[in-house]
Design a protein around this ligand. Sequence first.
Ligand code: 8OZ
Length: 373
Amino acid sequence: MTKLFEPIKVGDITLKNHVVMAPLTRNRSPGAVPNDLNVEYYRQRATAGLIITEATAITPQGQGYADVPGLYTKEALDGWKRVTNAVHTAGGKIVVQMWHVGRISHTTLQPNGEKPVSSTNKVANSKTYLVNPDGTGSFAPTSQPRALEASELPGIVEDYRKAARAAIEAGFDGVEIHAANGYLIDQFLRSGINDRTDAYGGSIENRARFLFHVVDAITAEIGARRTGIRISPVTPSNDASDPDAQSVFTYVANGLARYDLAYIHIVEGATGGDRNYQQGDKPFDYKALRVAYEAAGGKASWMVNNGYDRQTAIDAVESGRADLVAFGKPFISNPDLVQRLKSNTPLTGPDQATFYGGGANGYIDYPTQEKAA
Ligand code: 8OZ
């Protein structure tokens, strides 16, 4: 038996194993409200030690794709209550990934058709996912954003605080701050995007300021031990870049060590792609990042993600390189992934055509090993 399948305490949350379901955008919550299909999908995956929900918008402004769920209406929170109940009844734990997309949005998804907001006025070279009037989905270029005034940032921090409170009231075991993949927080962090000249741009300290305001607000509201954070130091997702990722994220890790966080979630390499993806002239040193975090007093569980399989996950946990391993695509097509990893049963591959949007097909109809047999 490997440690991978043994319990672990993560902040205030006790997990029955070290296997985590990574956040996965599935675009199956029309009206931003979790529904019966979503309840069943998460219930089926409750044997994960921890489920991180799909990215969930904290406000309508933080929404950037069709049919993603929100945390900002009573209907959505009631829907999430049914999800958290189902997962808890099945013996699982679940945190919600808190999302503000910033400029990765489209005017047709924004309140009053306004421009999406960001750290910058520069448009992202990226696409968002829309649903056409006839119900079919399509990818569309992101809209021209508007750079936020510094005076507007406390309002967005307040949105994060309120959403964290609402999440706990909806029964989540905690929250994950989405600071990865080129969304709003990352749009402040990375020098390839942030072109501000105020207290939120320029130096690394300035670019990380917004992130720490968000972490301050959420941890003060719900407790650091129920708060995790996801970062992706080198991913090029959504037009994100920074030639000096090591310095930026070492600064971030040092700052995060001041809080008693539940976990730090690291996407290694290009999200959903090449683990060895590099920005700048040197490979990113993930080990050094953890060493810096721990040297600064950080004690959070260290969660790794991107392209792990059974053996690399076992090795990561056994060697102490990581405490938790998050699996994304394997959890789409193997609801009983933990059981399959335990028994070393071959995995079912996912159907890419049903990742985003649609209904039950490719969502809640992947069989467990038992059913398949
Ligand atoms: C895939 C499609 C849409 C959004 C991320 C929330 O990359 C996402 C996402 C992924 O973090």
